[in-house]
Design a protein around this ligand. Structure first.
Ligand SMILES: [Zn+2]
Ligand SMILES: [Zn+2]
Length: 418
């Protein structure tokens, strides 16, 4: 095989068939070429085999050049990979979260304005209070049944009218578009409690609750956002419409509609309505969602997997319409109920989806068999799954004389009495 360099300005001859060539130079600089042709192909040579012409030889020159090119491509690829790796290591080492001031300003405005809204609520009309309850619940369903259980987890399928309704309800909540919400939530589930988790609970309560929204994300979060599969949502016209027109939808559904209705229908003061029906209502819903990321990752039992941070938090379930059964949810994220226990009162969202299924608007509800739950709880749980079980205390005894005292214990007891 000849590894000669190309000579500029010379045309590369074409070879028919695959060829293996080798060449040597004699004392006078003339090159002799030995070729073998695979598959009986015909080789075409142009000109005499002088030193210059031989560089144009497609047998030695072309193949050698191809090898050279292959090596160059491989080397470039290796260099690129090494550069990428060292860049990632550098980014990780250098990562210091920076405050995103516009986001911090927005959160401050929302929360301070919300406190003012609570104060104004004492002076508002009763219907305004009822309107807050209605909008909180409707927007809450948009988060739980829409962005969470439908778009993030695909735990059931929804018909077009239901998806439109859920997109509308989620726009009232105003917690970014469903695509972005689901993207971060999928990353949260796949990389929970690692640097790639957008609201990694290991970084503390405040970060998991709200800090992650006004700090620059960890480079691993940014990297995972690029690779997580979102093709199902990209194929969902309703989801993509809400993403495309999010800003006008936010203005219309999350600000204008909630604020204008009390002013138009029962003459509520517009200024008062803004602080109550936008700031207070919006911030309340926001914090309830935040509780799932903070409280439900910190304070409670772990019946299904004691090795993860998420817990069962009934109070969060009450406030967040059934999203507080978070240890269960992280173990079985495809279950549309997001929990094993608790009736509809602590899981209103499940009631809503079941009702939609009854109407024929929702189908394909995924769940988990009790056997699967018990197997997982026995294997990984902290034991609290079985505390309320009928057989949980079958070996308990009421005192000395109980026939259920084990025989070996009785033998020891007899010795102690002597
Ligand atoms: Zn989830
Ligand atoms: Zn979680």
């Amino acid at each position: 095989m000849c590894l000669s360099s190309p000579i500029p300005g010379q045309t590369q001859p074409q070879a028919v068939g695959h060829c293996n060539g080798s060449c040597t130079l004699d004392r006078n600089g003339n090159r002799s070429t030995t070729t073998s042709v695979a598959n009986g192909g015909e080789l075409k040579h142009r000109g005499k085999h002088t030193t210059t012409d031989l560089d144009d030889d497609n047998l030695g020159y072309k193949e050698a050049n191809a090898v050279y090119k292959e090596n160059a491509i491989e080397t470039a690829k290796l260099q690129e990979e090494q550069e990428q790796k060292s860049k990632e290591v550098e980014e990780e080492e250098e990562y210091r979260p920076q405050i995103r001031w516009p986001d911090l300003g927005a959160q401050t405005f929302l929360h301070v304005g919300a406190l003012y809204g609570v104060y104004l609520l004492f002076y508002a009309k009763f219907y305004t209070f009822l309107w807050v309850v209605v909008t909180v619940w409707v927007s809450g369903i948009g988060i739980t049944a829409g962005a969470h259980r439908l778009w993030s987890h695909k735990s059931y399928t929804a018909s077009l009218p239901l998806r439109i309704l859920l997109a509308f309800a989620f726009s009232i909540a105003g917690q970014r578009d469903a695509y972005t919400w689901a993207l971060d939530h999928r990353i949260h589930h796949k990389f929970a409690e690692t640097d790639a988790d957008p609201h990694n609970a290991k970084r503390g309560f405040f970060f998991a609750h709200v800090g992650w929204l006004f700090l620059t994300p960890h480079p691993k979060v940014v990297a995972k956002r690029k690779v997580i599969d979102m093709s199902d949502l990209e194929a969902d016209a309703v989801c993509m419409f809400q993403r495309k027109y999010y800003i006008p939808l936010f203005a219309l559904c999350s600000i204008i509609l909630p604020v204008a209705v009390p002013w138009y229908f029962w003459n509520e003061d517009l200024f008062m309505s803004f602080w109550i029906n936008f700031n207070m209502r919006f911030t309340w819903t926001l914090n309830v969602a935040f509780f799932v990321n903070s409280v439900a990752h910190m304070y409670g039992n772990k019946p299904y997997d004691k090795n993860i941070m998420s817990v069962e938090a009934p109070i969060v379930s009450l406030l967040a319409m059934g999203e507080g059964w978070h240890n269960y949810h992280h173990v079985f994220p495809w279950d549309y109920k997001t929990g094993e226990f608790g009736n509809y009162s602590l899981n209103i969202t499940t009631g809503f989806i079941d009702f939609c299924a009854w109407l024929g608007l929702a189908k394909g509800r995924k769940s988990v068999s009790q056997d699967m739950v018990i197997r997982r709880a026995e294997k990984c749980g902290d034991g609290t799954r079985f505390l309320s079980d009928d057989f949980a205390h079958k070996d308990s005894v009421w005192g000395f004389g109980d026939k259920d005292i084990p025989c070996e214990d009785l033998v020891e007891l007899a010795k102690m009495q002597n």
